[in-house]
Design a protein around this ligand. Structure first.
Ligand SMILES: [Zn+2]
Length: 357
């Protein structure tokens, strides 16, 4: 009986020229502006048992077996350091093919790239069972981000690091473009006509720009005053290209660090200041988790991503799985095995829930 009432009501409305009285509900489009009714409609017929469910039941999120995936958000994380990406393999250069292979290997071993600032803030949003890694590129070399001409158009060189990372993120939906480019001036990425375009594109795609001093100065060999000046000059130049962008991490040129180094964290010169949330070293082991009480972002170690070192650390984690950061899939919950829960920096959880098992 009620069903008939509904159908009759619909017929009345349809004959009055109004659509939208299907017993099968269309999904709502929140972007659509609300349409005011054109004519006054009769009061709705109460229907307490719709004959067709208005919304399909959402499938339950699969239960995650923490022991099975070995969730451990106190595990270690690799911060990878690359310099040139090019044709020749060398101490400070990786070929494009090898870089592409590194990314594929990492992906298939369950590693997912995360931006450094997200890592520092503990915002590690990757699928359950996967491991974050951080990409860093020093010196703004040509092979990191190059434009080439193709049929009269300028395109991103598919054999540059950026080209390879964008292709990876197109191929795999859970491989987000991420990485920090520690550039210096005056010619980051070595193509003078594209400095602005490249920096803007990088940030739009989701990458980060980091401080590597303004002119690649050795910070252990200049006075604190000169150091502050070169760091500020980098911040200013970057901001002139990317208005409002805050450069807030520093990779030490040559890995060189003065004995007294507070001025590398915070400094001010001629009305411009900087505050670095991390200082990145040149060597030589994985970082502690940002939730570990011993985590020190001002001495953040990096792994030189060449054939030997990257393989060595991938083997290390394979042989020592309890040392590896493994996500529980929920960025708001920090999951750690019970026996190491004492190492959690409770102040650093910033409102996240701690779960042990
Ligand atoms: Zn450098």
């Amino acid at each position: 009986m009620r069903k008939w009432l509904v159908i009759i009501f619909c017929l009345i409305i349809l004959s009055a020229g109004l659509a939208g009285c299907n017993t099968y509900a269309e999904p709502e489009d929140s972007n659509k502006p609300e349409q005011p009714p054109e004519i006054s409609t009769p009061p709705a017929v109460p229907v307490d048992e719709p004959t067709i469910p208005l919304e399909p039941a959402k499938p339950e999120a699969p239960e995650i077996d923490l022991e099975e995936i070995r969730a451990n958000e106190l595990g270690k994380v690799m911060v990878l350091m690359y310099h040139e990406i090019g044709l020749k393999e060398d101490t400070w250069a990786r070929t494009a093919d090898n870089f592409r292979r590194d990314m594929e290997t990492l992906y298939h071993l369950g590693y997912r790239p995360v931006n450094l600032n997200n890592f520092l803030a503990g915002n590690i949003d990757i699928p359950a069972g996967t491991t974050p890694f951080i990409l860093t590129f020093d010196d703004g070399t040509a092979g990191q981000f190059r434009f080439i001409e193709e049929d009269g158009d300028m395109i991103v060189d598919p054999d540059s690091a950026v080209g390879i990372l964008l292709a990876m993120s197109e191929k795999y939906s859970d491989f987000e473009p991420a990485g920090t480019f520690y550039i210096y001036y005056p010619l980051p990425f070595r193509q003078k006509d594209y400095i602005y375009d490249k920096l803007q594109l990088l940030v739009n795609w989701g990458f980060e720009i980091g401080n590597h001093t303004h002119g690649h100065e050795n910070l252990a060999k200049i006075s604190p005053g000169e150091a502050v000046k070169t760091l500020v000059r980098h911040v200013r130049t970057t901001e002139s290209i990317l208005p409002g962008y805050q450069v807030n991490t520093l990779a030490l040129p040559y890995g060189a660090r003065p004995k007294e180094d507070n001025h590398l964290i915070y400094g001010e010169w001629e009305g411009t200041s900087y505050e670095n949330k991390a200082i990145l070293l040149v060597g030589a082991n994985p970082s502690l988790s940002p939730f570990d009480i011993r985590f020190n972002p001002f001495r953040l170690p990096r792994i030189r991503a060449d054939e030997t070192e990257l393989s060595r650390w991938l083997d290390y984690f394979k042989n020592n799985p309890d040392q590896q950061y493994i996500s529980d899939g929920d960025p708001d919950t920090i999951t750690v095995p019970e026996h190491i829960a004492g190492n959690v920096d409770s102040a650093g959880l910033s409102g996240r829930t701690l779960r042990t098992y």
